[in-house]
Design a protein. Structure first.
Ligand code: ADP
Ligand code: MG
Ligand code: ZN
Length: 508
């Protein structure tokens, strides 16, 4: 949320005094007061109770409203950062209105706007934090979770929506009620035949933050307004707003790896350089509807940095390749990490695979990568370096890696991390033993005796058996393997995944 001049805040604080009995932190109280101030129409309908989420692009509040039948209902109010690109906001709303409200996809109730402040009102869904529950889920819980995530994905993919940010914080889960909801279309993009008209306007450039009013007017010229309930229509957001100062978009190029990975713990795994197609050794990217050609094998030596860990001046001056790469590094598919320009709904399936990997191993986050090269290295550690290189070739990318990394058996990997198998019986790379889950770190802090234990040891074998982990069928690892298919062209789709034998006893 943007900083507010203190003068404005204090004038509102007196109005908000009554709210202090809710025991909410002072900072939150100030933020709530600010929200009432910038969107005064909210105060006539909602009592804002608390802040429930704060990200780079929005702040989400819990609010209560009195309904016409006298009942009280809870809502989530998503206040978008005022610098969000208006087309982005409109597209996010259109995803919710057109595809939401069914099949485990969040719907929208209202939308309010005043000047450049927009609040999306959604039904509130009470949910747990993934990290708190990931270790305590039974095998059946996990099966349900992934089934419902796949249902949501099948639904949005039918509309030609690529979510682009599939991760546990965007898939809300209520363990007791077994309720699931996909949220956050703030990064969504459309497939070429998308049914969400505004996603056709959203270009890679129109990231969540930043936008110019000129661009908005141009891009909205031919667009209809987002359909909203009648009573909110005149607050629809698509009039041309004076866009505030432009926020810089996240950098869109893969950094050359010079010195980067050498600083990380995984010294033995050094992809010296990702040769993106800006290098002359790789053919120019094909048009979107054309199958990419595999890269030429022998480089044309027009520059002298190929296969080294340096970036020469010729390469530095090349035009950067533009490919969408929004999302969270640890959940990004290989084709996103290597900046393949031709990306489809398969990228969401990869992310669902990473979530399943967390659910099966009990580790979250599974891939904790601060940048794309580290993320790619971590993928290779699990899926194999040769396999990753081969898959990359199919989408026109060439990866150079200094060491061969074997593909791991997913069942052995997950069972060992969970504590069902002893570390001594596996040949897992050493780094897995040192990467521990947060629960374990907490325990370690207070109990030095536990320091030598692997995270899986937190639960006894008997407990794990009771949770059904010893009887997890091969089917679930087969599905995981198909979701984590390095090649997007063969990766399982959501509707195919729902037909997987794993779900034979589940009603769709
Ligand atoms: P952002 O774009 O900032 O990530 P999200 O739409 O993902 O915004 O919302 C951020 C967080 O707010 C979510 O992770 C979730 O915890 C909470 N949240 C969002 N929508 C709802 C909702 N409808 N009900 C309950 N909590 C929600
Ligand atoms: Mg989110
Ligand atoms: Zn070069």
């Amino acid at each position: 949320m943007e900083a507010v001049p203190t003068g404005q805040r204090s004038s509102h604080q007196s109005v908000e005094k009554g709210r202090s009995r809710h025991k909410i932190p002072r900072g939150v109280e100030t933020d709530i007061a600010y929200l009432y101030e910038v969107l005064p129409q909210l105060s006539r309908i909602f009592r804002i109770i608390d802040k429930i989420g704060e990200g780079t692009f929005s702040t989400v509040y819990l609010a209560e409203a009195q309904m016409t039948d006298g009942s009280r209902r809870m809502f989530a109010l998503k206040h978008l950062i005022p610098t969000s690109h208006p087309v982005r906001i409109a597209a996010e709303l259109q995803c919710l209105t057109v595809a939401g409200g069914t099949e485990n996809v969040m719907g929208v109730t209202y939308c309010f706007r005043k000047e450049h402040h927009v609040v999306i009102v959604m039904p509130y869904m009470e949910h747990q934090t993934f990290v708190d529950i990931v270790g305590s889920l039974s095998f059946e819980d996990v099966k349900h979770y992934i089934f419902h995530l796949l249902k949501a994905l099948r639904h949005i993919h039918k509309f030609g929506i690529i979510h682009r940010d599939i991760k546990p914080t965007n898939f809300l889960f209520n363990q007791q009620r077994r309720e699931y909801t996909l949220v956050d279309f703030g990064l969504a993009q459309g497939t070429p035949d998308t049914q969400i008209e505004l996603l056709k306007v959203v270009k890679a450039k129109a990231h969540k933050g930043g936008g110019s009013s000129k661009m908005v007017e141009e891009s909205l010229g031919k667009q209809k307004l987002v359909p909203l309930p009648p009573n909110t229509r005149n607050s629809a957001i698509l009039s041309s707003t004076k866009a505030p100062a432009k926020r810089p978009c996240p950098p869109a190029r893969i950094k050359h790896s010079k010195g980067l990975l050498l600083k990380t713990k995984r010294e033995e795994v050094i992809p010296r350089k990702i040769v993106s197609s800006k290098h002359r050794s790789v053919p120019v990217r094909p048009p979107l509807n054309q199958k990419p050609k595999p890269p030429a094998v022998s480089p044309m030596l027009t520059c002298n940095c190929f296969m080294t860990d340096r970036v020469c001046n010729i390469c530095l001056s090349r035009k950067q390749q533009v490919a969408p790469r929004a999302g969270t590094p640890g959940f990004r598919a290989p084709e996103v990490l290597t900046k393949c320009p031709n990306q489809g709904t398969a990228i969401d399936m990869w992310s669902a695979g990473v979530i399943l990997l967390s659910l099966l191993s009990g580790r979250y986050p599974f891939f904790k990568a601060s940048d794309d090269l580290i993320a790619l290295t971590q993928i290779m550690t699990i899926r194999g370096s040769r396999e990753t290189k081969e898959a990359a070739k199919t989408f026109g990318k060439s990866i150079v890696c200094s060491r061969e990394l074997p593909r791991l058996d997913l069942r052995i990997l997950c069972e060992t991390l969970r504590g069902l198998r002893s570390w001594d019986d596996t040949s897992l790379p050493a780094e897995f033993q040192t990467s521990r889950n947060p629960a374990e770190v907490k325990q370690d802090a207070g109990s030095p005796a536990k320091k030598h234990m692997s995270s899986g040891s937190l639960r006894s074998i008997a407990e794990l058996q009771e949770m059904g982990w010893d009887k997890a069928p091969d089917d679930v690892y087969d599905l995981l393997d198909k979701l984590l298919d390095l090649n997007p062209a063969t990766r399982i789709t959501a509707s195919m995944a729902l037909q997987h034998p794993l779900f034979k006893d589940m009603t769709d």
